[in-house]
Design a protein around this ligand. Structure first.
Ligand SMILES: [Zn+2]
Length: 70
């Protein structure tokens, strides 16, 4: 199981998808409230320009989509 991050960077325009295998805590959050989950404590960065995508909840929602992969 894992999470797919779809990233649309506003800074450089790069579109990419990242896949992460998840730990228990993340899976718990993802399973319970995936749609509401916004992690602004751990920086999510564009792999191209390193611009931080989740400075705020609004930035996160505008640039990052998380899908749970079974
Ligand atoms: Zn970028």
């Amino acid at each position: 199981m894992g999470l797919n991050y779809t990233i649309n960077c506003r800074h450089c325009g790069h579109h990419t998808e990242l896949h992460t295998t998840t730990n228990r805590r993340t899976m718990h959050i993802a399973g319970e409230r995936l749609a509401d989950h916004v992690d602004t404590e751990c920086a999510i960065r564009c792999p191209i320009c390193r611009s931080r995508l989740n400075n705020t909840e609004a930035d996160f929602r505008a640039q990052v989509t998380i899908r749970l992969e079974a």
